[in-house]
Write a protein that binds this ligand. Structure first.
Ligand code: PHE
Length: 342
């Protein structure tokens, strides 16, 4: 192959155009290899110089060498330009907004009833209580009869029950049957709380549901007195609601305790005076009493040697009071915007 000045001119025109329009440094590098490399037109031209007639060889050689120098110069200049552009736009393309707030990661947390149950367990475990559990499907003996509630007793009406299809088993209406089961399987000293779900055929309203949670307390030992019960209620209420709360004991009636009492805690807002939130000034928190001697006997414990007290409280109700929630049904709804507040 031979070469002439026309070829070199064409190579030069093509090279200048392509170098000027190389879009980035990688493309330019590829172009450099193409233009100056072994397979490039210029290299072929230089190699062909030897075959030119002697009188043309010097001029063509000089022309080719100067073209090569020119191309090298253009490549270097363009490389410089492209690098400057790249660095100049780096701040625009790769900036990080350190003030950007990403979507918050929502952490799960415990349900308010679980929180209150954990607190109740902790309060009683500090004074030596164990946690006992019983079945939610009960027989009439444990739910009623052993607790002095015979078939025709009016207390059965206040706890209208859900019976299973066999007409004998029912969903427990309170946690008190755990008293009987525990006494039957343990000997005094007994100190337990027994939390769990209970069921009543109640109308559903802000303070009643057909399923709610209670916890039972039972203490049986030598010489257990009403004053022990009172002190325990005071300790419990102040631990849960605050040391400035006062306790009020009133008379009540349950077939399985004698005497029976109700305990109320002073309203945290008005301290018993009565306000819009509490109305009467006092909030009822539990029912309690000294375990009826016949109930001890039904549990296999001799009332000649032992005495005891029992109490039962609504966990939902305590949660309502503690967290200022005015509708019990919120605890069983799956309303996330409500639950997130705890
Ligand atoms: N079982 C009673 C109720 O559900 C509460 C209670 C328990 C009262 C223990 C006295 C003693 O209303």
């Amino acid at each position: 192959m031979s070469v002439n000045v026309g070829d070199l001119d064409a190579i030069g025109i093509d090279a200048r155009r392509r170098i000027a329009s190389a879009p980035d440094e990688a493309a330019l590098e590829q172009l450099r290899v193409e233009l100056l490399g072994k397979k490039g037109g210029l290299t072929a031209a230089l190699r062909g110089l030897g075959r030119l007639p002697a009188d043309q060889r010097a001029a063509a050689g000089a022309r080719a060498n100067s073209l090569k120098a020119e191309i090298e110069g253009l490549l270097a200049t363009r490389a410089q330009q492209l690098q400057e552009t790249r660095i100049g736009t780096l701040a625009d393309r790769e900036w990080v907004d350190v003030t950007f707030v990403p979507n918050p990661i929502r952490r799960g947390h415990l349900h308010p009833l679980t929180l209150i149950l954990r607190e109740v367990k902790a309060i009683f475990s500090r004074i030596g209580y164990d946690v006992a559990l019983g079945p939610q499907v009960e027989d009439e003996f444990h739910n009623f009869e052993a607790l002095n509630i015979p078939q025709d007793h009016p207390a059965r009406d206040t706890m209208d029950s859900f019976y299973l299809e066999d007409g004998k088993l029912l969903l427990r209406t309170h946690t008190s049957p755990v008293q009987i089961r525990y006494m039957q399987s343990h000997t005094p000293p007994i100190r337990i709380i027994a939390p769990g779900a209970v069921y009543r055929r109640d109308a559903t309203d802000p303070s009643h549901g057909s399923q709610f949670y209670q916890f039972e307390g039972l203490v049986v030992d030598h010489d257990i007195r009403l004053s022990d019960l009172k002190g325990t209620i005071e300790y419990f209420a102040r631990s849960l609601f605050g040391s400035d709360r006062r306790i009020r004991i009133s008379g009540d009636h349950f077939p399985f305790t004698e005497p029976s009492i109700g305990a109320s805690v002073s309203c945290g807002l008005c301290d018993g005076a009565g306000c819009r939130s509490c109305k009467a000034g006092w909030l009822e928190i539990l029912g309690a009493g000294m375990v009826h001697p016949q109930v001890l006997r039904n549990g296999g414990i001799d009332p000649q040697h032992f005495s005891g007290f029992a109490f039962g409280a609504g966990l939902d109700r305590l949660a309502m009071l503690k967290y200022n929630v005015n509708d019990l049904r919120m605890f069983l709804d799956k309303d996330v915007s409500f639950l997130r507040q705890f």
